[in-house]
Design a protein around this ligand. Sequence first.
Ligand code: 3YP
Ligand code: ZN
Length: 371
Amino acid sequence: MSNKIGYVWNTLYSWMDTGSGPVFAANFEAKLQPISHHMAHPDTKRRFNELVCTSGQMDLLTSIKAIAATDEDILRVHTPAVLDNLKRISGLAGGGDVGDGITHVGNGALNIAYLSAGGAIELTKQVVSREVSTGYALINPPGHHATRNQSMGFCLFNNTSVAAAYAKDVLGLKRVAIVDWDVHHGNGTQDIWWEDSSVLTISLHQNLCFPSDSGFTSERGEGEGFGYNLNIPLPPGGGNAAYHYAFEKVVIPALKKYQPELIIIGSGFDASIMDPLGRMMVTADGFKTMAKMAVDCAEEVCGGRIAFIQEGGYSPQYLPFCGVAVVQALTQCDTIGDSLIGLVGGMGGDILLEHEKQIVDEVEKLLVDLH
Ligand code: 3YP
Ligand code: ZN
């Protein structure tokens, strides 16, 4: 067993063309002005990689090369409709919308999406085989909104699910857990594993943020999968204290009870205190604490097998510090700190409020149906 920490990045991830709109497509009638940086412009993730490179962390990491996922890999969790749709749009000179009216992708998006899912697979493969002990796949586009049948919400293929399905069907694992701390509900991941108890899905998200009609505690899976989907919809404004309480009370106990052979973290940074698309208050250090709790838990339940896979996150200023903080939890060596803490520290997110505690305590009761 090695103590190498795997790291995935590919330059093509920053070639995702999110279009000229601010977040919805630019529109003349609606007076939505074009802008050079869409909310999900990949520069934010490119800047994360560049901070990994310049922080000194790269010397502590082992590069893992992303290999394009195959149609077979994608079809383990998606219907052919998802693939056919993306193949068609990706082939158009100017790209187009994937079908939800929000997600514009450019020409060649299919190839980058294959590489993104493939990056998740490669890291997972090496974590499971112990070529690396843990690792971070900084991939793009993200995945957790993509349902079995539909790309949506900036997500083309459900990367964490593609990796989990690979771990099960190809590597022979029986139980995998996906913990998604992106600020938005992991509705796609929930949908894919809805009737399946072999993948435990846990989503921590801002209540009613996106999609606004899902992510409730009452969504628990069905049939064989009942009890194996946990939603923790936190009230807006929750910060480190709310997230850490949710980890302590729900996420870690659920993982200990479920005893997965592999833990996958859907690591979005849009719950950060600087994010334009979320209203939560997690700091770089807050993300690092969650990462450490998850790593310690993996050591206890699954021989340390844990893979961090990038989801969303839209603050070009702050996301790189959040990302490197998580990487530093893996390398266990701090080379830089949070240079924006002077701005974001002390805003009250470290105090657990009663209405935050209440929702977490409610979800804790649902662990009785998890085995
Ligand atoms: C998709 C359209 C409006 C909100 C946006 C959410 C994307 C995301 O970060 N999902 O995790
Ligand atoms: Zn998100």
